[in-house]
Design a protein around this ligand. Structure first.
Ligand code: 5GP
Length: 110
């Protein structure tokens, strides 16, 4: 059985998070320790541990996360942002559930 991380528990709504976007494939929520005025995490509903673990079958997932983040930003009027994947412990990845960091100096419109 795959090891369950904190993001499994957020995905499965076992623990609360501040969700800003959800569809059948992706969940996006606010980072608990934001490193910018807006700091979101986009995760796929289908578990992959890291970019380092992507296979030919799951290689669409990083692009899908970027596409969802781009659409989200457009819809919210966020003109500029930074997208980051940390890969592996040595790359600064603490949570072994693939996620895309979305950081912006702009805040979400209320
Ligand atoms: P990593 O270093 O693995 O790329 O980033 C993991 C991110 O998840 C960190 O920025 C950290 O603040 C965030 N994080 C860790 N635990 C939680 C949590 O329980 N809830 C939320 N919303 N974010 C978390």
């Amino acid at each position: 059985m795959e090891e369950r991380t904190i993001f499994h528990r957020i995905r499965d709504k076992e623990i609360p998070s501040d969700i800003v976007f959800e569809d059948d494939e992706v969940l996006a929520f606010r980072d608990i320790h934001p490193k910018a005025p807006l700091h979101l995490l986009f995760i796929p509903k289908h578990f992959v541990a890291s970019i380092a673990d992507v296979t030919p079958e799951t290689s669409f997932i990083p692009g899908m996360l970027i596409a969802k983040a781009q659409k989200f930003a457009k819809e919210k009027g966020i003109a500029g942002y930074r997208l980051t994947f940390h890969v592996g412990k040595e790359g600064g990845q603490e949570v072994m559930y693939l996620h895309l960091h979305f950081l912006s100096d702009q805040k979400l419109p209320s």
